[in-house]
Design a protein. Sequence first.
Length: 247
Amino acid sequence: MIEVDGLVKVFHDRKRGEVRAVDGICFEVNPGEIFGLLGLNGAGKTTTLRMLATILTPTAGTAKVDGYDIRENPVEVRRRVGFLTGDTGLYHRLTPRELLSYFGELYGMDRKKINDRIEELSTLLDMEGFLDVKIDKLSQGMKQKTSIARTLMHDPQVLLLDEPIKGLDVLTSLNIIEFIRNSKRMGKTIIFSTHVMREAERLCDRIGIIHEGRIIKVGTLEGWRQETGLHDLEDIFVEFVKHDETH
């Protein structure tokens, strides 16, 4: 479903000069899989997802989503992708219903389909109690649910979730985790980026460890346990990163 081939992203900073945020990464994500992109803050997770979502143009390399190249067919990629990031902007003067209606129109949905989809998402994410409350009056958890509903409005087959649980309370986090699991059961393909080991352990079928802009390891937790003799993902992560830094 997703093929990443040598993606590179270079930024130019006045103080630091050339910064290679993503440095030639390659990996594949299978249909219906939750693929974890695990790395420290600044490792290149968000930049990678932004390129896959066609928000950023790669400096080199490319990727395909459901067979469509992110460089050659960005419009087709966007139709198939829902991108959620921690800094997703919400229009605070609107209600969630108004916001979702607006994005439904942007996706070319007709009024009946928009209304039906809003009701469906409201039930799925337990939003009925605040669907018509101005967004600036909502709690952080309610805002996150609104962001997720916006991401799902056009029913994308691929979800790119950039640290979706960051900053949320325990109960809201559990709701989001269950939502991700439900999305997998519905056949969605998901890339889930995080720096929290516990989240990756609980959710991911396979994990790619990204360090300093490079994918240094791809595999399953069970496979890595057998390979390293370690049990906790945190210990395994440190082991792989240390090995990478010394070679």
